[in-house]
Design a binder for this molecule. Sequence first.
Ligand code: SAM
Length: 245
Amino acid sequence: MPKQEPRDDLYADPKRPLSSFAFDERVARVFPDMIRRSIPGYSTVIDMTAVLAGQYVQPGSHCYDLGCSLGASSAAISRGAAKTPCRIFGIDSSPAMLKRAGARLAQLKLPVPVTLICADVLETNIENASLVVLNFTLQFIQPRRRLELLVRIYNGLRPGGILVLSEKLAFTDPEAERLQIEMHHAFKRANGYNDLEISRKRSALEAVLIPESLDCHRDRLAKAGFGRSDLWFQCFNFVSLVARR
Ligand SMILES: C[S@@+](CC[C@H](N)C(=O)[O-])C[C@H]1O[C@@H](n2cnc3c(N)ncnc32)[C@H](O)[C@@H]1O
C-alpha cells in the first residue's frame, strides 16, 4: 500500500499564534497533502506538465522547474521527456523543501535525473531552455519583480521553447471574484478543511501570495516578449497558460 502523506492541520488550532505563511519545515512536511487539498486541478496540472514536456522538450536543451518545492513538476518533466536527451534543473529558495525533494526524487528512479539547486529564481541563470515551468510560484514573487523574471525566462528560451505558467487568479469584476472564492472555499471544505482553517490560512497568505488577473498576466507575458500565451487549463480561480517563444 502507498505510504500515507502527513495531513495538513497547520491552521486547525485556534490557540496557535498566526504568523505569515512561509515555506519552512512545518509546511514542507505536509506539503503534498496541503497542495492537493488546496489547489483545484493540481494533479491535472502536474500530469499535463509531463505531456507538455513530451511535446516541447528539445534534444540537448535545458528544462527549469522554478519554485520546484518537493519536485512534483520536475518529476513530471523527467517522465515526459524520457526519450529526449536533456538536463532538468529544479530551483527553490527553501532549504526545507529541497532537502525533502532530494529524498523523494531519489526514490522515484526517474528516467532523466533532476539537478536540485537552492537559489532565488530571480538570480537563476536560465539558458538553452526549451521548457520553463512556473507552477504556482510567480504568485509568491513581489509583483514589481515579476516582469524581470519573465524577461530572464524569455531570453533563456530557445525559439519554439515554452513557459508553463500556473497561478491563482484575482478577478477585476467583484461578483466574479466573490463567486470564484466561494467555489474555491467549497472545494477546500469538500477536502476536509473547516472554516476556521480556511480563514486562518487566508490571513497567513494575505501579504505573501499576491494573485493577479488573467489580463495582467497576459499583458506582462507580452511585455516580456512572448508573442502569444494560451490558456490551457482553468479550475475555479486557478489557471495554467502556455507561452511560446
Ligand atoms: C506553491 S509552491 C510551488 C509548487 C510546485 N511548483 C509544485 O508544482 O508542486 C511555491 C514554491 O516557490 C518557492 N519560492 C518562492 N519564492 C521563490 C524565489 N524567489 N526563489 C526560489 N523559490 C521560490 C517556495 O519556496 C515554494 O517551494
